[in-house]
Design a protein around this ligand. Sequence first.
Ligand code: NIG
Ligand code: FE
Length: 411
Amino acid sequence: MLTLVKNIKELVQVETGRQRLRVEGSEMAQMETVKDAYLLVEDGKIKAFGPMSHCPENADREVDATGRLVLPTFCDSHTHLVYANSREHEFVDKIRGLSYEEIAKRGGGILNSAKATAAASEQELYDMACLRLEEAMRLGTGAIEIKSGYGLSTESELKLLRVIRRLKENSPLTIKSNFLGAHGIPMEYRGHQEDYVDLVINEMIPRVADEGLADFIDVFCDKGFFTVDDTARILEAGIKHGMRPKIHANEMAVSGGVQVGVKYGAISVDHLEQMGDAEIKCLKGSDTMPTILPGCAFFLGLPLSPARRMIEAGLPVAMASDYNPGTSPSCNMQLILSMACIRYRLTPEEAVNATTLNTAYAMGVSDRVGTIAVGKQANFYITKPIPSYEYMPYAYGENKVERVFLNGKEV
Ligand code: NIG
Ligand code: FE
C-alpha cells in the first residue's frame, strides 16, 4: 500500500543524512526542511520524500496538502494520564494562596488522586484514559510515555499498569510504560517511609516485572517526597528487574535527583526547575536526557528551568507535557512548543527538536519516530493552512493540526 502526500508547502524536521538519536547543544538549532515537497509512505513506514519536481507518479492513495505543512508527530515522553478524578478544587485552593506542598501535606495532591483511583475499576480507568489519549492524538501527539503512580498500593499500581498495557495493545500511538510506585508516601507510612520503600522494592517491583508491565522505573526524588537513598535503592531494584530508570528530580529543591539519576544510567531526568552548575556538569557527557516540563512550571508558577544555559553548556534538552491532574492538566504539546519559545527562549527549530526527536530519545524510541526519515514509522501531521513553521509556536493556544497519520494510516 503506497500513500503519497503531495504539494506540501514545507516538510519539516527531515533527516537526509545520518539519522541521529538525539541532538545537543548547538545541534539543537539545526532542523532541515524541504519546500514544495512530497512524502511517500509504504506499509506504515516512510519510503521517500523530496521536492515535488521528483514526485513519484503512482500511488494507491493520494493526499493533497496544498498550503499546508507536514511535521513529525510530537513525542510526549512524560505523562500521568491514567487517573480517576480531576482536581480543580485544589486549583482554586492554590489561587487562594496554598502552596502545592501545603496541599500535599493535608492529604491532597497525589494522595487525593490515589484515593479516587483506588475506588475506580480497571475498565473505568481504561475508558477515561482512552478519551485523554484520543485528545492528545488529535492535537498531534504520536508517541507517549505513561506512568502509574496514582495507585500507591500493590494492587492499585498493578491495575494502573494493566490499563497502560491495554492502551499499548489497542491504540495506534507508540506507548511506553513507567512504574512510579514511589510517587507519594501513603498516609499510613508517614514517619516511617522506609517501610513503603521496602514495599515498593520487595513486593511491587517483582510483581510488576513478573507481568512484564513496565519499560521504565520512576521515583519522585524531591524535598518532602523520596530521598536520594530511597531513590538509589528503588532504582537498583528496578534495574535488576529489567526496568531502566527515568525519574522526577529537582522540582521543589536541588534534591540530588539529577546526580542519582545519572549515576544509575537514567534515560531521562525530568522537571529540573532547580538546577545549579553541579547538575549541568553532571549531565554533560552522560546518556541522560534532561527533560523540562513547561506545563507544570506554568501551572504552579515555579521558577523556569534554565534551558538556554543548558543548551549553551552543550546539553540536549527535551520538553514534555507532564499531563496529570495536579500540576499540568493539559496534554497539548502544541502549547509546550509555544512555551518552549515564549518562556524558555528556544528558537522554533530548537523547540521542534525538544518536542520530537529529543523526547523520542527520552522514551527510547528515537530510532523509529521523532523525525521524517526514510525507514522510520510514518507518524506525521498535516497542519491547517498556515504561513510558516514559525507560526506553530507563535500562534499559541490555537489548534493548528488538521489531520494526523500514525503508521501511515489517518487516525
Ligand atoms: O510530575 N511531581 C510529581 N508528580 C506530578 C504531579 C502529580 C500530582 O500532583 O498529581 C508531576 O508534576
Ligand atoms: Fe510528572
